[in-house]
Design a protein around this ligand. Structure first.
Ligand code: EPS
Length: 402
């Protein structure tokens, strides 16, 4: 089982994560992680925080001489901005005994965790909530996801993403998509494959910024090379689509997840909704040929061997420079929500974060399917599984159904 947890406040000293269950013997260097950390920081519409930070990982445990040990991997990402927030975020009590918080946030932003968090945790300062609710935490997820991506790449899995909608702009999506997807998507300032749409998106971001407003959007994640048989139909919590949706919905500001045709499939007849089964497909699908991928790579909670196609909808960031109505939790007066430095949009970044969450779920499902304390154990089990699929298909092809 691969699992992870993160800790860290947005303006605290650092983000940390513990990733457990990665087999021993995977070669791993900081660059494998830093590449994705850097990608997460990009994107037209980010605020000035990204000019302060230069996210980089330090392995605290679980890696030795460039190889995983099979023990929990502890990762550390320093917050450079901490230096500007020491007096606000210092864990020690104020030296003068006065417990007044500095840089309090008392006018909660609609859409952020501020209001509900204050009520639930009985806080007088919404900063106690927002510091952890901030999407800054996703840097730690991306670091864990990068380790899983490395593991999956050993088995031929490639995970990429691109922006399909930002604000009111819809991209023309090329068919087929480029391979590797990220080499193309990362060229665009908005991680969009349609150059005209990229320009329109940038214009819309500029206009929203001028208006003190923010923008949401939709990203598509594609995972290619995932073998048939990850996940299971047998119990609700083992279904891969459910696990993917849960992981992706946990990303800050995510409001919707679709797999394959997604919501559109509800409007089709059954005869136009499924992927017919034929002979002589690739080994990865267990020999099954499909001429369409409406299911988005999952049937019955199990991967089909076709590309996983998943879309995530992100709401606009809730910090508005032209703020919405709220209440002041100190005075009880109606007020305008507090404005803090923020981004106009982080839609390009959510693709990178979604890739990480998909990598975490897939790596967990791979280890669940194949087991093994070491990468070599996993490889042996993988090869045996591929052979078993091949034998079954050969039997079937020669009329030897069971
Ligand atoms: C983020 C860091 C934050 C924001 C953003 C995500 O930096 P700061 O709050 O210091 O400007 O840019 O957080 C939010 C959008 C949010 O709503 O909390 C990051 O590293 O991704």
């Amino acid at each position: 089982m691969i699992r992870f947890t993160t800790a860290g406040e947005s303006h605290g000293k650092a983000l940390v994560a513990i990733l457990e269950g990665v087999p021993a013997g995977l070669s791993l260097v900081t660059d494998d992680v830093n590449r994705d950390l850097k990608r997460r920081m990009q994107g037209y519409g980010r605020g000035s925080r990204m000019k302060i930070e230069s996210d980089a990982v330090e392995f605290i445990s679980g890696v030795r001489a460039g190889e995983t040990l099979g023990s929990p991997i502890a990762l550390h990402i320093a917050n450079k901005d901490w230096a500007n927030w020491v007096d606000v975020m210092d864990p020690a009590p104020n030296p003068d005994g006065d417990n007044t918080r500095r840089r309090r946030l008392t006018r909660p932003r609609p859409g952020h965790a501020d209001m509900v968090g204050v009520l639930k945790y009985d806080r007088a300062d919404a900063r106690d909530i927002l510091e952890r609710a901030s999407a800054r935490e996703t840097a730690a997820r991306v670091a864990c996801g990068a380790v899983c991506r490395k593991l999956l790449s050993e088995f031929g899995v490639e995970i990429g993403s691109h922006v399909v909608e930002l604000g009111s702009v819809k991209a023309e999506v090329p068919d087929p998509l480029p391979t590797p997807l990220n080499d193309a998507a990362d060229q665009s300032d908005t991680r969009c494959l349609d150059p005209n749409a990229t320009e329109s998106m940038k214009k819309e971001i500029d206009a929203a910024k001028k208006d003190g407003d923010t923008l949401g959007g939709i990203v598509e994640v594609i995972a290619r090379g995932v073998i048939v048989g990850l996940g299971s139909h047998v119990s609700w919590d083992r279904k891969l689509d459910g696990r993917l949706a849960g992981a992706l919905m946990s990303i800050p500001a995510a409001k919707g997840v679709e797999i394959g045709l997604g919501f559109a499939v509800a409007r089709r007849r059954g005869s136009e909704a499924h992927d017919e089964i034929g002979w002589d497909g690739p080994a990865i699908t267990g020999g099954v040929l499909r001429s369409s991928n409406r299911a988005g790579g999952v049937e019955g909670g199990i991967t089909t061997g076709q590309p996983l196609v998943i879309r995530v909808a992100k709401k606009p960031i809730s910090t508005l420079m032209r703020p919405l109505d709220t209440v002041n939790i100190e005075t009880g007066e109606t007020a305008k929500a507090q404005s803090e430095r923020s981004d106009v949009t982080a839609v390009p970044a959510i693709g990178v974060i979604a890739e990480a969450m998909v990598a975490l779920v897939l790596a967990d499902a791979l280890v669940e399917k194949l087991g093994g304390d070491t990468l070599q154990d996993l490889r042996n089990a993988h090869d045996a599984y591929v052979e078993r699929l091949q034998r079954r298909w050969d039997e079937l092809r020669s009329g030897g159904g069971r």
